[in-house]
Ligand binder design. Structure first.
Ligand SMILES: [Zn+2]
Length: 285
């Protein structure tokens, strides 16, 4: 793919929330993960919902949109939202309005990735980005709309159904080239079925939007896999392949959930792939 010279990238911080530290690190003992991710008195750790806006000519492609604000107080009581909680406000900070978005690309349909795409309007729900095409893929859509009992709480119908009802829903054909010249797509099925990882070619570098394939730098060692993952051994294989390539090709890994580190690179060591450097995206733009 040829680098697109007039492409601009904007980090859109849709706020912070908290999730159980044990659930986020799977089989890794607390005595280890608490050093990098100190939990509060309820064993909850802080996580970001860091989205990315690609601006290229008339196109404005937003990747993920955070948790949104349409659920009730009881729901949000579990997640301790803080910081910028409204994706539209976060876009305003970067100089855009929700109506400027032409494409709303969703890595997957868990509520902390797609909840900001739909807003409550009285008794009904509207799209936040009314001028945008919303993107998922057919397999993940089927998976999310016929959820297994383990993932059911993460796929909320008020986040998902309005996209289809609006007529703005589009599916990426994963057997074909990416419909976007701006990025290719790596498909991962360990976390959930057919999660899409955009790999953006930018100024001779590749910037990978890691979504839940690598939530934070604390998840780089291979067995550090979230308890939420539906197929952890598949995640293990996907991480091994992806992180090996990332080390060899010096990919920039953009971290959606890391509370502190926006981006990192990785390197091969005798112990396996490990963290190399951390930095902010603007340092390399
Ligand atoms: Zn997820």
């Amino acid at each position: 793919m040829r680098p697109l010279s007039n492409m601009k990238l904007h980090v859109i911080n849709a706020g912070f929330f908290k999730l159980d530290g044990g659930a986020m690190f799977g089989v890794v003992p607390k005595s280890i993960w608490q050093k990098s991710n100190p939990p509060d008195e309820n064993n909850l750790c802080e996580w970001a919902m860091r989205c990315l806006l690609i601006e290229n000519g008339q196109k404005r492609i937003l990747i993920d949109n955070g948790i949104g604000d349409k659920q009730d107080e009881k729901f949000f009581r579990h997640y301790y939202l803080h910081g910028e909680t409204n994706i539209a406000k976060a876009l305003n900070v970067a100089g855009f309005s929700a109506h400027d978005i032409t494409d709303m690309f969703l890595t997957h349909l868990h509520f902390d990735h797609c909840g900001g795409g739909v807003v409550r309007n009285g008794e009904k729900f509207d799209l936040t980005f009314r001028n945008a095409r919303y993107w998922s893929n057919a397999d993940h859509w089927k998976w999310a709309t016929h959820p297994n009992a383990r993932e059911r709480a993460s796929f909320m119908s008020e986040n998902i159904a309005p996209m289809e009802e609006s007529g703005n829903l589009n599916f990426v054909d994963l057997d074909k080239l990416s419909p976007f010249g701006e990025f290719t797509i790596f498909t991962a099925s360990g976390h959930t079925d057919k999660m899409m990882i955009p790999m953006i070619r930018y100024k001779e570098r590749t910037i990978c939007f890691m979504a839940d394939l690598l939530p934070s730098v604390g998840h780089i060692p291979l067995p550090y896999i979230m308890g939420y993952d539906t197929r952890p051994l598949i995640t293990l294989e996907e991480k091994e392949r992806f992180l090996g390539e990332a080390a060899d090709q010096q990919y920039i890994l953009f971290l959606e959930h890391d509370p502190v580190n926006e981006c990192c690179t990785v390197k091969r060591t005798e112990k396996g792939v490990r963290l190399d450097q951390t930095f902010q995206l603007r340092d390399i733009l």
